[in-house]
Design a protein. Sequence first.
Lengths: 322, 322, 322, 322
Amino acid sequence: MEYRRLGRTGLQLSALSYGAWVTFGRQVGRSDAREIMALAYDRGVNFFDNAETYNAGDAERLMGDVLADLRFPRDSYCVSSKVFFGGTTHPKPTQRGLSRKHVTEACHQALQRLRVDYLDLYFCHRADPDTPIAETVWAMDALIRQGKVLYWGTSEWTADEIAEAHDVAQTEHLHAPSMEQPQYNLLHRERVEIEYEPLYERYGMGTTIWSPLASGLLTGKYNDGVPNDSRLGHPDFAWLRDRLLNDGGAGLKSVRKLAAIAGDLGMSLTQLALVWCLKNPNVSTVMLGASRKSQLEDNLGAIDHLSKLDDATMYRIDQALQ
Amino acid sequence: MEYRRLGRTGLQLSALSYGAWVTFGRQVGRSDAREIMALAYDRGVNFFDNAETYNAGDAERLMGDVLADLRFPRDSYCVSSKVFFGGTTHPKPTQRGLSRKHVTEACHQALQRLRVDYLDLYFCHRADPDTPIAETVWAMDALIRQGKVLYWGTSEWTADEIAEAHDVAQTEHLHAPSMEQPQYNLLHRERVEIEYEPLYERYGMGTTIWSPLASGLLTGKYNDGVPNDSRLGHPDFAWLRDRLLNDGGAGLKSVRKLAAIAGDLGMSLTQLALVWCLKNPNVSTVMLGASRKSQLEDNLGAIDHLSKLDDATMYRIDQALQ
Amino acid sequence: MEYRRLGRTGLQLSALSYGAWVTFGRQVGRSDAREIMALAYDRGVNFFDNAETYNAGDAERLMGDVLADLRFPRDSYCVSSKVFFGGTTHPKPTQRGLSRKHVTEACHQALQRLRVDYLDLYFCHRADPDTPIAETVWAMDALIRQGKVLYWGTSEWTADEIAEAHDVAQTEHLHAPSMEQPQYNLLHRERVEIEYEPLYERYGMGTTIWSPLASGLLTGKYNDGVPNDSRLGHPDFAWLRDRLLNDGGAGLKSVRKLAAIAGDLGMSLTQLALVWCLKNPNVSTVMLGASRKSQLEDNLGAIDHLSKLDDATMYRIDQALQ
Amino acid sequence: MEYRRLGRTGLQLSALSYGAWVTFGRQVGRSDAREIMALAYDRGVNFFDNAETYNAGDAERLMGDVLADLRFPRDSYCVSSKVFFGGTTHPKPTQRGLSRKHVTEACHQALQRLRVDYLDLYFCHRADPDTPIAETVWAMDALIRQGKVLYWGTSEWTADEIAEAHDVAQTEHLHAPSMEQPQYNLLHRERVEIEYEPLYERYGMGTTIWSPLASGLLTGKYNDGVPNDSRLGHPDFAWLRDRLLNDGGAGLKSVRKLAAIAGDLGMSLTQLALVWCLKNPNVSTVMLGASRKSQLEDNLGAIDHLSKLDDATMYRIDQALQ
């Protein structure tokens, strides 16, 4: 495994990490989760991502049970949570958002569900237009000073919102956000490559990438339609299916070209999509969401192909995407 | 129920909330309190107001028992206390005021009486001329950093005193007050509408309104004299009776006109008085003090009439008050 | 009892308070201490002063036992400790002074001996030329933020040293010292009246006065020599006896004149000496050190004579001291 | 024993202290460690140095057992740890370096191994090019505010790195480093005497010296070759042996001249080497690493010869080193 600093922090994350998002507590049950996390850790993965909202808290409960069961030394891995959407199906007004009340209570709840004494990373899952950024920065700083959180960050905030958080932190002598968790993949590049550009140098922000496979589109499995047993075949993800596949076929066309490149390089399209993210030096880690052990094995194998993405290949990829 | 941000904070309070003030532990006993709070919560009320001085601590003890009994999720509601007058009948010199000693000890005592780990809101019940505002701001900030209080505020401070608290907080990098708890109703408007005007925009202060019914005067129940079983009929409130009814009848005359407007709009005078407060965008929540379940039902129903107070009606109300 | 603010803080101390200094654990044993403290509290005394060094920790242990026994409500009184000389007979190099290590450890030890969760007042018993003032200010501030101390102060520091502590606190946003514990009495006035003058207005410092009776000289009991059973008759206080009585008789001559004035006013010399201290508006409290209940009764009675010290009498006293 | 302030702090350390480095848990077992520490404490040593990496945590475990066994009063001595290299043989990426995660976790682990509630001194064992200095300063400050560390410092950082730490601390109102732990001895002088020169006056840094005997070279025991049972005879120290003895013999030649000077002064070469370090006023303490009680006795005896190093002798020593 390769390790990278989380932005300019001193924290070293595995280049490939594991996220519980849509799978934990839904497709993935206790024994599968145990196998998956054991395999990931064994191969050097040291960051396990989670959020209060993933399956209404069940993803954290499941991960907490597995962590307690597997007994990895606490200092050998990182675990995260995210706050914003609430940890229940129908959150009440005080049970969501980025108020000091919810940021604080959600942290305590995540610690209980994950069965740890502190979160290594704690994200604001979205920006909250109904809470001043200063209130959230103060609340995050307090959690860090109390030892309940080590690094805090944002997810899908605009560059301006992140800059404001840094301004508040500097003025008030508080801990600033250290990382962003943006969507980033071959089909979704603008925010990470353009909008966030000033944040890396100026604030030393790192990024923990979600959806590196564009919800499976970059595995090529939808090239010939949506199978019933896939995530996009599930009724809950109808909206995602519509968004991904109904663009007049441009997306799928690019995907087929990329598959050809991957084939030429002796790797799967999935692996190409993953290592392509890692070519970006501002990417700290790419989160995998595999729901099966074999799938995870394949994903983790991607790291061995990183060196194949030389300048010529990167150019060829850009051409395929135009 | 409608929810509003507490000023510019991220905390969403129900537009109508419940205060234990004169009733808890006096007119209202354990089983009534249980029924009232259950009803309020059921209808969406998420803020329960209290103070160390309400019935010398008994109002907090009663609310704490009921909260423990009803087991609302802790993150679904807010509870407050207030410090200044002391939590006993005859407080000693160190048992009242806004010194760091009393602010700190009163918080710990309120947490015990209310049986919670932290107060969502903690108010300075009055300004204390014998304590520097800076000392109180430092003490409140310490409680917030220790996780014992989420938001602190003032009650019936002058606008200048509140501004000074904000100045200290800014200079020393401390948590500033987030809210005021002023008296506000159709008969008592100046402080909230004029004196505090600069505070809303400049500091983002919210307000939690007490006495929206002018101690019952705006229910119309004193229009024909003071019944023995009303609050004003109680010997302890003789001073209030004198103040409210002995103004040469001008107050009662206005009240009768308002009752007519309410009738025209198909609501009770009480409901008119409550929603009138909510028309002020700087009002975060209006605290109800109902001592009977049926009364609370009627009060909570007011929210449905809010839209009836259009510009023409508001003008008619102002005319009635002149 | 009269109560006064501790300087500009919000803390109200009884004008007469009680100090354990030379008596506790030496002349005064458990049952006497219990009687004395019960009487003092009953008469309105709300400040009990102590120090790590008083009888090598035994004065604190005794006071802690009595406090636990008498069960005064914790918020109704104040208790102090002081750090510098060490809490053992022969302190090692790290067991004395004002280093962060000793300031912190001495606080924890005082809390254990006094059997309380926090000290209301915590004094630096002397200035420490071998510790930067900044280090001590940081250490005191940390104890206040941790809730282990409410107010910190100094004892017998120079005005310049106190001013430096305030400068550090202002620059670094830390809690500044709130009070000084100086010696002050009819025969020892310069520091409190002249050297400290700028501190009261500029920093709002309060003072807790020790030795208001000049080690007994102002009781008049040494007017005819030193009795064997008095403090000055004890071999440990030979140095004090020498200093007080060997000034060519000038001190004793003044004392005899003061006794005459007291007689004219219908009070004892002791009472005159005590209330004279209280005439100084910068005196927050005068600490009594009575070792017998009857003596304490007499001392506490002084407060009733305060109004007798009018301008003419104060002038007459100044004349007697020249 | 002589005591010195740790730089400008108020902490008084014994001029000679004891370090567990290469010996504890390797040459020195439980009963020897007990004897050595008892003797050192008995002779006035009040600082016991350790690090997470010394024998992969075993040196701290052994010292913790002995401290628990000997029951020295906690306020009568100082104990340290150091963070950087990790507390296991093969640390994972998050288990080493100066990230907030590792600095915090390593502190908690050292407290457990040493069986104490706080570290008196906590060092960054090396500078970490992969962590911003600001992150480490914030993490150290948090540990001090939480009461888990009293003073933090660096070991073998460059003067520029140390200055940057002070700049961050001043700007952000954090605790700055108080001490450096550099190598310093007759054969290795430049860093302490020249590079660090500005740090003493400007920042009040103290120094805790390691390797005062140049890994045994200054005991003279290698003058005639390397014995098998010496540290340099151990395979693990082959690299050190090569470095020390393969300089064309210049080092050994100087050592023989110094031995002659020591003989003239009536002390051993070892003792000369130790007291020579103490002649430098910027040296706070010199750490001994004796693995045998008799050796420690001899080392501690050095302090009695300190006064013999007058100006003429210091000149003679400098000549011998040229």
